[in-house]
Design a protein around this ligand. Structure first.
Ligand code: M6R
Length: 611
């Protein structure tokens, strides 16, 4: 969480930094700040968004060729002007921006206070700034050495960029746990939490690894470990287009990303699903496939929407490949001393590839000797680099904080792996495998068909935008879809919403139902269809309002429900890819009608890099 940007080169730094912060605002948006080095280091920061920062600096002289900027998601100290980054050290030698958490900050702070340091903010970052300065002054060492030594004393996670006022043609950056990318231009360098602020200037990037320190001095880059071992930078070429990170005529990134789903599902299958053979090939899993085929158990880990995709994966793997699956919140898995066998396969799912709990769970699984695979969207992020092998979801950048196209791309990857395993393990017949591949390749067109009914969802949203509570019900494959629908609604519209397995309704939630309660039922035809029809009757008997997702041509539920949202017929195991789309749009329109900030909902951030 938090977005950081840095620039050193021949252009004016400020416009690059402001633009970069806007691109990173999805990572946190409760305060923003910038520091420009031009003889002296000038800091401007305020509570609020990057646009508030722009307002603050409107009449200021912002010229300078070196600068750093920060957009914050508060961890230590409330969002206000003082706690906003950048933070200067007490004697003004250093200015720093930081993404992450210094876990031992209170002990370090106490020691610095004992030595006369006075703190202005409540942040852990100011502690780091003062620690660097203390070492710098006391040890009479260079800024680079002071940064490296300070970092050896720090427990926690950081992506930092540091300016030292005494060493002017220089920027120092370091990473542990929080992402940091360096863009290499012609006589200029860019730093950012991800590549989106960099791509319009250069496609050559270095992904910093944990415990790396990069120093740009007199237009030269050096990369070391915090223990002063010299490293050879590995330069990668970005496969990202500037158009992919802009709104492209949509009112919000979320809407754009919902509408991109036929394309993103297709891109996720591209080159992997061959329908005329028919066959599924997953290059990223080629070397580990024998172990995967023999797996006695699969454990899927993730958080939020990625965890919901994992639940769909559980049904897919067990049904197609007959491998037992457990799905765990990464945050629970890592702290509960889980039993992990050497022949387990752990699959970590993450859009960002940076989620702190998922990363920590991966490390635990690796230490226990399991094969750890990743399903990630952001190329070059930490999770693909920490896992033994994996499959990228080619959904393209997802900027809206609410995850949409990442979910459908994750489910697409899980379906491809499960089907491939089913074929190789002989748990699917050739006919079944061929039919499933055909169904999967038909999904993108069916997604477009659902999206074309956009206006219908808007009308339903208008009717229920003022509801205080929603219940989402589904069975089997559609239970995770119900959870996902509820999460989408609550995170962007702030309406309380709960997802439940439909059969569990009578064990408690039914008490909530009255004439004001919209109940969204995912009632797609599968082996439990008759049961879900009964559940709808139970809701109607208590005067609840039923909004049902049904297959095209379903007349039974149409006659009972208050509203229906039709989706095309498909294999029921793949229908989560379709059923979730009306739910995403319903949430989106309700949030817009309630005047909520859809792309940047309160208290949230896109990439949760704190534990
Ligand atoms: O980047 P990840 O997929 O690891 O992120 C996991 C969750 O933080 C994320 O899905 C979150 O729940 C979204 N806001 C849901 O829309």
């Amino acid at each position: 969480m938090c977005g950081i940007v840095g620039y050193i080169g021949k252009r004016q730094a400020y416009p690059i930094i402001i633009k970069g912060l806007k691109r990173l605002e999805y990572r946190g948006y409760d305060s923003a700040g910038v520091a420009i080095l031009n003889g002296e280091t000038r800091i401007f920061k305020c509570k609020g968004k990057v646009s508030d920062l722009e307002e603050l600096t409107k009449k200021e002289d912002m010229t300078g060729f070196i600068g750093i900027g920060h957009t914050r998601w508060a961890t230590h100290g409330e969002p206000n002007d003082v706690n906003a980054h950048p933070h200067a050290s007490m004697n003004g030698h250093f200015v720093i921006i930081h993404n992450g958490i210094i876990e031992n900050y209170s002990r370090l702070k106490q020691r610095l206070e004992d030595r006369g340091y006075i703190f202005k903010s409540e942040t852990d970052t100011e502690v780091l700034a003062n620690l660097i300065e203390y070492i710098y002054m006391k040890g009479n060492v260079s800024a680079e050495i002071a940064v490296r030594l300070a970092l050896t004393k720090v427990i926690g996670a950081y992506g930092i960029i540091v300016i030292c006022k005494d060493e002017k043609e220089q920027l120092i950056a370091a990473r542990k746990g929080s992402p940091l990318v360096i863009g290499i231009g012609d006589g200029e360098y860019f730093f950012a939490s991800d590549a989106t602020p960099i791509v319009e200037y250069t496609h050559s990037v270095i992904y910093m690894n944990d415990n790396n320190v990069a120093v740009i001095k007199n237009n030269d880059l050096s990369l070391k470990t915090i223990h002063n071992d010299t490293l050879t930078p590995e330069v990668h070429t970005l496969d990202l287009d500037i158009g992919e990170i802009e709104k492209g005529g949509f009112d919000h990134f979320m809407l754009k990303e919902i509408f991109e789903q036929s394309r993103s599902i297709l891109d996720t299958m591209r080159g992997r699903v061959v329908s005329d053979n028919p066959e599924i090939t997953l290059g990223g899993l080629y070397h580990v496939m024998p172990r995967l085929i023999e797996a006695k158990r699969i454990i899927i880990i993730g958080c939020g929407t990625s965890w919901h995709a994992g639940l769909v994966g559980e049904y897919l793997f067990e049904e197609f490949a007959r491998i037992p699956v457990e799905v765990e919140y990464a945050s629970e898995f890592r702290y509960r001393n889980p039993v992990i066998f050497k022949d387990d396969v752990v699959i970590a799912i993450s859009q960002s590839g940076e989620t702190a709990d998922t990363l920590a769970a991966i490390k635990l699984a690796k230490e226990a000797g399991a094969l750890v695979l990743g399903i990630c969207n952001v190329v070059g992020s930490s999770i693909p680099r920490e896992t033994h092998a994996g499959v990228y979801t080619h959904a393209g950048p997802e900027i809206g904080v609410a995850s949409t196209k990442a979910f459908t791309a994750q489910v697409t990857v899980l379906a491809m792996i499960a089907m491939h395993l089913g074929d190789k393990r002989g748990t699917l017949t050739k006919e079944e495998y061929t039919a499933l591949i055909k169904h999967l390749t038909e999904i993108p067109n069916k997604v477009d068909k659902i999206l074309s009914k956009n206006e219908e969802y808007k009308e339903i949203a208008a009717l229920y935008k003022n509801s205080n509570n929603f219940l989402y019900l589904g069975r089997g494959y559609y239970f995770p879809v119900a959870l996902e629908g509820a999460l989408k609604l609550k995170e962007i519209s702030y309406i309380h919403a709960e997802g439940y397995p439909a059969a569990e309704m009578k064990h408690g939630p039914i008490a909530l139902i009255d004439e004001k309660m919209p109940v969204v039922v995912i009632a797609v035809k599968d082996n439990t269809y008759d049961k879900i029809v009964s559940n709808i009757q139970e809701v109607k008997a208590r005067k609840g309002i039923v909004i049902a997702i049904v297959n095209e041509g379903d007349t039974v539920i149409k006659s009972m429900a208050d509203h229906i949202m039709e989706i095309p017929n498909s294999d029921f195991a793949l229908a989560p890819l379709l059923a979730v789309i009306p739910l995403q749009l319903l949430s989106y329109y309700i949030a817009v009608m309630r005047g909520c900030n859809v792309d940047q909902p309160r208290n949230l951030a896109k990439s949760v890099t704190v534990e």
